[in-house]
Design a protein around this ligand. Structure first.
Ligand code: CAA
Length: 257
């Protein structure tokens, strides 16, 4: 399958998706959104894929929603057409997805990285929500996910001033899970994805679901749903295999059942 705005590669059970609009610093237009949704739909259904890495170029993960595409949009078209609503499907992707970020992750680019499960960043990465400089505000979750990731003080600072945060600040603020040298970025992300993809898929999906619920529920409800998911995993063959392997001092062979 070939795409106009994406490059794809498979390494064993890991799919690598590279945003590929170098002439526009990977600005996220409707073609990127349509192609990414289609590809993620296929990867979700593909039993041979256990995790995904989403990356961009050395200069830009993505410099935001495509300003040239948005420039002439009016309210009625944006509202009735549900403009950019399709990105929610990326956040709803059920398998683990890691953002490997180098260079600019601005506006929709920062928001896309935050839709992923965690961010591994190169020391060159720069994050920001500069929408305010264009007379708008974040529209793909920036005001919500950034605030949950880094807290009100920094989220307000970034959303109100439009300033960029470098990779060191982003890591210390809790937006970035791992910071690596630029030349290590893709390998680090693929190694993490490969490790995840080797675990039992039901437990991986439930771990993702459980952590995500922490953002949606009260502590009591979250603890209750975690317990239900935990109990449910005792119905899997992989739980028996994982624990038997530990007791027998061997490596488990998970069958994703
Ligand atoms: N949309 C469309 N085109 C973009 C773009 C964007 N978000 N970001 C960069 N480009 C294009 C530029 O127009 C330029 O194209 P041309 O050569 O045809 O003029 C090309 O990419 C290279 O960009 P620059 O020459 O500007 O590169 P630079 O290195 O001088 O600056 C930058 C890099 C600081 C990232 C600068 O490009 C920039 O500020 N980009 C816009 C960032 C931004 O405001 N993002 C938020 C968008 S709104 C949004 O995302 C809404 C939302 O929440 C959903």
């Amino acid at each position: 399958m070939s795409f106009e705005t994406l490059l794809t590669e498979r390494r064993d059970r890991v799919a690598i998706i590279t945003l590929n609009r170098p002439q526009a610093l990977n600005a996220l237009n409707s073609t990127v959104m349509r192609e990414l949704r289609q590809l993620l739909g296929e990867l979700e259904a593909d039993a041979g894929i256990g995790a995904v890495v989403l990356t961009g170029s050395e200069k830009a993960f993505a410099a935001g929603a495509d300003i040239k595409e948005m420039q002439s949009l009016d309210f009625v078209d944006a509202y009735t057409g549900g403009f950019i609503g399709g990105w929610d499907e990326v956040a709803g992707f059920r398998k683990p997805i890691i953002a490997a970020v180098s260079g600019f992750a601005l506006g929709g680019g920062c928001e896309l990285a935050m839709m992923c499960d965690f961010i591994i960043a190169s020391k060159t990465a720069k994050f920001g929500q500069p929408e305010i400089t264009l007379g708008i505000i974040p529209g793909m979750g920036g005001s919500q996910r950034l605030t949950r990731a880094v807290g009100k003080a920094k989220a307000m600072d970034l959303c109100l001033t439009g300033r960029m945060m470098d990779a060191v600040e982003a890591e210390s603020a809790g937006l970035v899970a791992r910071l690596v040298e630029p030349e290590r970025l893709l390998d680090e992300a693929v190694e993490a994805a490969t490790k995840i993809a080797a675990f039992s898929l039901p437990s991986v999906l439930m771990a993702k679901e459980a952590v995500n619920r922490a953002f949606e529920q009260t502590l009591t409800e979250g603890l209750r749903s975690e317990r239900r998911l935990f109990h449910a995993l005792f119905a899997t063959e992989d739980q028996k295999e994982g624990m038997a392997a530990f007791v027998e001092k061997r490596k488990p062979v998970f069958r994703n059942r």
